[in-house]
Design a protein around this ligand. Structure first.
Ligand SMILES: [Zn+2]
Length: 164
């Protein structure tokens, strides 16, 4: 299963609510978790595989894999922190991004069970990053415009160099 990369319009579209957590959704979860292993990622969202539904999976070190279906960010701390981010859809580009330090999220898992978690550190960071994907937002959108343009140019250049 291929990851959609920067420039593909699907990454800019808002994902739709999942009406039913059925066997198709469970299969998608398994595939997405396999992508994380294959591509050494810590999170992937539906739109990144062209599945335009509100779902993402995360698997950070020393934690279990987690599935988020129809997530809502209930609370975010006033305090923002800097963290280096990357994205499977913009390979090779890493930069610091400011986001809330701690969050409270509500979602459903692949079994259709609702849950709420409070997260901080890397887990909070990846959840916010993946949630953005459901809204058609990318991590580079959080950068000042000139820095964002530089990152896009850097990425485009790396793609061209790869093709040479
Ligand atoms: Zn991403």
């Amino acid at each position: 299963m291929q990851i959609i990369t920067l420039g593909n319009e699907l990454l800019r579209q808002k994902a739709e609510k999942i009406e039913k957590i059925d066997s198709e959704i469970k299969e998608i979860c398994i595939k997405m978790l396999e992508i994380l292993v294959r591509d050494k990622g810590i999170g992937v969202a539906g739109p990144q595989i062209g599945f335009m539904k509100r779902i993402f999976v995360v698997h950070v070190q020393d934690d279990e894999p987690r599935v988020f279906i129809n997530p809502s960010i209930l609370e975010t701390s006033l305090k923002n922190v800097k963290f280096e981010e990357g994205c499977l859809s913009i390979p090779g580009i890493y930069t610091n991004v400011m986001r809330p330090e701690t969050i409270k999220v509500q979602a459903w898992n692949e079994k259709g069970r609702a849950f709420t978690i409070e997260a901080s550190g890397i887990l909070a960071r990846v959840i916010l990053h993946e949630y953005d994907h459901l809204e058609g937002v990318l991590f580079i959108d959080h950068l000042p415009e000139n820095k964002k343009q530089k990152m896009i140019e850097k990425y485009e250049k790396s793609i061209k160099d790869e093709k040479k």
